[in-house]
Ligand binder design. Sequence first.
Ligand SMILES: [Zn+2]
Length: 574
Amino acid sequence: MRWSQTFIPTHKEDPADAEIISHKLMVRAGLMHKLSSGVYTYLPLGLRTIKKVEQIVRQEMNAAGAVELLMPIMQPSELWRETGRWDVYGKELMKVKDRQNRDFALGPTHEEVITDLIRGQIRSYKRLPLILYQIQTKFRDEIRPRFGVMRAREFVMKDAYSFHENEASLDETYQRMYQAYTRIFQRCGLSTAPVMADSGAIGGDVTHEFMVLADTGEGEILSCECGYAATAEGAQSQLAPYKVEEKIKSMEKVETPEAHTVEQVTQFLNIDARRLVKTIFYRCDEQIIAILIRGDREVNEAKVHRILGCSTLEMATAEEILQVSGAPVGFSGPVGLKGMQMIADLSLKGLANIVVGANEDQCHMINVNFPRDFTVKRFEDLHLAQAGDLCPSCGKILTSRRGIEVGQIFKLGAKYSKSLKAKFLDQNGKESPFIMGCYGIGITRTVAAAIEQYHDQDGIIWPMTIAPYQVLILPLNVSDEMTMAAADGFYKQLVDAGLEVLLDDRDERAGFKFKDADLIGIPLRLTVGERSLRQGKVEVKLRRQNQVIKVDRDKAVSMIREMISEERLASEKS
Ligand SMILES: [Zn+2]
């Protein structure tokens, strides 16, 4: 491709709304253009890389036994109502109406559509397992789109869904997908860490996220030297117990005027936050429940959601709290709280002489001890894990790293097949719901993650396997006939050799073209100039290295071919 004939609008300045490097570079290097908040046009250069990632994904999905199809973006609300997600998915679900005033969703995910497809078509276990996938545009009405395609409203995803007769078959496919994902990201040149995660709005029991390690990542990973790794939301942890040698004292009510936050209460009573126990109320479907947690920790709502198995979970309102505890927010506690499910976080274990709300306005109870003053029947891991906590599998200290989620795989079980009544006849002729898995990869996100991992102050440094072009030919002076004849000659030879080549035939200063070359990050640059040509030489340079290699012009093509194969191997191994 000749630069003058394609469309690569590069920019000197970072876009004003860009906070992270991939967003800045994707706009500056002319890979994409913002149409509206969180909505982008993928320009020719960006689209080439997107297609390359898609191709790698496609090859590995096909090799893993998955079959491609393409589902609609517009999904009737009836299906989302059947699974109950129309109301619980939240405002990220982009809802639209057609001219007959019927409700539709622009698909952020396709569990409903694919399960509906299968429930009408597959009746026998003999057709299972079945794995289907698509590569398609998704919509998510983000409250605050940012970070370019990382948190866009419209983005490209690969989503796969598998159907099984039993858990064992799902386990086998889940493992196969796990391996396929590992290979996909490796082939894209990315070093990823698979970590245990929380299943969020998709649901299911077991899930892994594939994270690209990057300091700018939105996701926090907690890991241990024993190999345990999980997202902060998905992580379990043990807490170092807060124990002070002391006698059990008598419970006492004290006035704590205007002190209702942890900070205010601990200051007023001059106590460690670990001695204060917060009582937090949630509405779990129709029922109000109470969570007890140490004052220095936060509740991980995803864990509460999962442990209770409810479909909706929300913080109780101030009125509800007043109604069940008799006290305004900040003054409720477990002592005398009747007729309510109460679950304590593991952080409460070993505590003595604690402080809790007194269920009376402006009052707290001090020196509270359980089971003397109240009973807790159920202890669970409900706190948000953090660095410094202890590893759930070996007890060593968890450390924190940041990462970008590029893929996630889920064991869904029968969640969707049950609610959508998708059943098949098993080997005994009995009707059972399909056991399902689902597997996503953010295609545009993977492109952005690659830039986060591979760039320098001058621009992108594409791994060879996903670079939009492999070679950039840069003639220094396009008005010089000898230079252009040589550049054209190289272009033809490299294209004939099956390589992807961009020829910068723009009539611009060499310095300007070098800057653009570094910005768009094509892995190999071939510089053609009058002075070198007179010595029978051209210059070859790898974008990721500093040194320029002078080569005989008749050896340049074979050398470039060799370097490309080496680079491909190198990026797949990294
Ligand atoms: Zn460990």
